[in-house]
Design a protein around this ligand. Structure first.
Ligand code: GCU
Length: 668
């Protein structure tokens, strides 16, 4: 009896509940890769062919076999097309398409291009032709993953890399990760934190790294490691790690040999040196160039590269925003050809809004790359929906005036103005072991858009958002449009409810989640305290970086120096970055600074609430699991926006001595 009921129950459960459950459950683990598998009948109507047996070409064939519902496709390698690099061309008609590439990986990129077009329902023109050559050669993800699987500034669970299980056991997520990256053109990954454990270079860990490198190779992904400059002393047993000592150089040379024996296409090292307590060449009285060049020489025989970070500052009386420029500009031209200076997008630290780093307009004889932060250390972690493509674009499109107008940061780093050898761009990854990879479902869009912009920095934030929404959620315009609007507004909303008008770094100490403009920790470094940045007093607020203050404006080329120096011409979005102004200062719309600040914070809160309402109206378009998860996080975001507004305004009010306005127009 029991058995019979049990069986009936099981049948009902299987037939009814499991499918319903499955329909409703979408953990987001598929990211944007939601291609429909084609039926055997459709597959039988077309052929996918490639003469190349290269693993990347074969992956391209496999992806198209599985998901391409269109015409015949021929994949062709053309050795004459060297200038295409890892790009591709797709040509053809309704009967047949041909993907041509110089490198096998170009065929895979071409395959993903077609699948993306199919996924968003693009009509293929007749005849169809598209050519793509990536704007940056190295499209890099920097993982800040530690060997104990914690992730520095990671908000999506633990590290993907199961170091304890490697090399013997291989998580299926490694290949899923590689596939996701390849689908958006990311071709370089730095596996470990820039605050690097020397152990990553031990023989034990290198065996583990090799496994990942082997898995990633068919997807066109090259592996780099963050190297700790003290490795020769810490794991090599040497007395010190002075880069000019023979023994130290020999240790690195032996290490390089060991690495390249295991991983012949190993990319190279990323180095954070003499920054925030990390060791570096200055410990031995050597310069950044001497340190970087020593490592560059060691890797040169293997075509390895050194990405050397310019994120340096010390607790001196000098404005933190000026220090990297002051230290690196005198070294311009001294770096080897296989060194790239990796510079954060802004001179402080991945703030919700910063002017572009002045080094981008200054370094002319060395190679340089931009480092963005995809993980939202200063943008609400994985709780806030903040679409970052507008932030990335703002920096990439910023004009440095290094060679007259239109010398954008993108052009200063993509090889347009300087022979870059290999041009590069980096993003600090927001990926972790969470089912949906990034914590917030919408944070997937930041990984996606970073990759798409690294491939082609001229794409628009709006187009990328649209593409991502269609691929990840739904193609219905009634869904796409409002979601796109939310995404495109979200970065400015976050700036408004956190730090409008050029305010910066008024975060709670260390964890950087909520507001703490009053923060004053006894004996803590002054440059880690919010007051250092906002300088609020009864006389006003803001950091004077003009000639009467730190004169950081002098690090920018003309006409920017002039524009930023003059309070009348300085963009109001950067007003308090460059100027200390009275609370009664009159903004261009006629409001006083105080009133404008109040309205900005309020506008941020209203936007966050609007995002909630908007999402609630879209319930019918989204599976339950993702709908509820996003809904929950939007509620946190709204709550936090109010928290920010109240905290900052009430604190500043103690200096401004003004009421919160009720009767003037919000900002235009
Ligand atoms: C920020 C961040 C640190 C990180 C550092 C870096 O300061 O808070 O966690 O190590 O950037 O980029 O090196």
């Amino acid at each position: 009896m029991f058995t019979r009921f049990y069986k009936i129950y099981l049948i009902i459960f299987t037939v009814v509940w499991i499918p319903v459950g499955l329909l409703q459950a979408d953990d987001g683990s598929q990211l944007w890769l939601r291609y429909d598998r084609v039926s055997a009948q459709i597959a039988a109507l077309r052929t996918i062919s490639s003469k190349s047996s290269h693993a990347s070409a074969q992956l391209a064939v496999q992806e198209l076999e599985n998901y391409w519902a269109g015409q015949h496709i021929e994949l062709v390698l053309d050795q004459r097309k060297q200038s295409w690099k890892d790009g591709y061309q797709i040509q053809g008609n309704s009967q047949k398409l041909r993907i041509t590439a110089y490198q096998p990986i170009g065929l895979l990129y071409g395959a993903y291009d077609l699948l993306r077009r199919q996924q968003v329902g693009q009509e293929f023109s007749e005849p169809f032709e598209v050519s793509e050559i990536p704007t940056f050669d190295l499209r890099v993800l920097n993982h800040w993953d530690n060997l104990d699987r914690t992730v520095e500034r990671g908000y999506a669970g633990h590290s993907l890399w199961l170091w304890d299980e490697l090399p013997g056991s291989i998580s299926p997520r490694y290949v899923q990760y590689a596939r996701a990256n390849a689908s958006i053109g990311i071709n370089t990954v730095v596996l470990n934190n820039v605050n690097a454990s020397p152990q990553i270079l031990s023989s034990t860990y290198l065996q583990k790294v090799k496994v990942l490198a082997d898995l990633f190779r068919p997807y066109g992904i090259q592996v780099y490691l963050s190297a700790n400059f003290s490795s020769p002393a810490v794991i090599g047993g040497l007395d010190d790690s002075d880069p000019l000592r023979d023994e130290v150089q020999q240790w690195w040379a032996m290490k390089a040999k060991e690495i390249y024996n295991l991983i012949p296409d190993f990319g190279g090292f990323l180095v954070k040196a003499n920054s925030e307590g990390q060791p570096g060449p200055q410990d031995y009285g050597r310069t950044h160039a001497e340190g970087a060049n020593m490592l560059a020489d060691v890797l040169q025989p293997y075509n390895g590269l050194i990405m050397w970070r310019a994120f340096v500052y010390n607790p001196t009386t000098e404005d933190r925003a000026k220090q990297a420029y002051a230290e690196f500009l005198p070294l311009d031209g001294q770096f080897r050809d296989n060194v790239i200076i990796q510079t954060k997008n802004g001179a402080i630290d991945f703030q919700p809004r910063e002017p572009f780093h002045p080094l981008f307009g200054a370094i002319k004889k060395s190679k340089q790359m931009v480092e963005f932060q995809i993980t939202q250390e200063y943008l609400g972690f994985s709780n806030h929906l903040v679409y970052l493509a507008p932030l990335f674009k703002e920096t990439l499109d910023a004009d440095t005036y290094a060679y007259g107008s239109n010398s954008t940061v993108a052009k200063m780093t993509d090889g347009t103005y300087h022979q870059q050898g290999k041009s590069a761009i980096a993003g600090v990854a927001n990926i972790g072991a969470d089912d949906n990879w990034t914590g917030h479902h919408f944070a997937q869009a930041n990984w996606y858009s970073y990759g798409r912009l690294a491939w082609n920095h001229t794409l628009s934030a709006a187009d990328i958002a649209e593409e991502w929404i269609q691929a990840t959620f739904d193609k219905d315009p009634n869904f796409v449009k409002p979601v796109k609007d939310v995404m495109l507004k979200s970065r400015e909303a976050a700036v408004n409810y956190m730090m409008p008008l050029g305010l910066h770094h008024i975060f709670a100490f260390d964890h950087h989640y909520g507001p703490e403009p009053w923060g004053d920790i006894p004996n803590a470094r002054a440059d880690w305290m919010p007051w250092y940045y906002h300088n609020a007093s009864t006389s006003g607020v803001g950091f004077d970086r003009t000639a009467t203050g730190s004169n950081a404006v002098a690090q920018y080329n003309e006409p920017l120096q002039q524009i930023y120096s003059d309070v009348a011409t300085c963009p109001e979005t950067l007003l308090l970055w460059f100027h200390h102004v009275p609370w009664t200062y009159q903004m261009r719309n006629g409001n006083t600074l105080w009133d404008e600040l109040c309205y900005r914070y309020d506008a941020g809160v209203s936007d966050a609430r609007h995002f909630q309402k908007q999402w609630d109206e879209l319930e019918a378009y989204v599976d339950k699991e993702r709908f509820l998860d996003v809904q929950k996080r939007l509620a946190i975001q709204s709550h936090d926006a109010v928290w920010w507004k109240d905290a900052v305004l009430l604190y500043f009010q103690t200096f401004a001595n003004k009421p919160i306005p009720h009767d003037i127009e919000p900002p235009k």
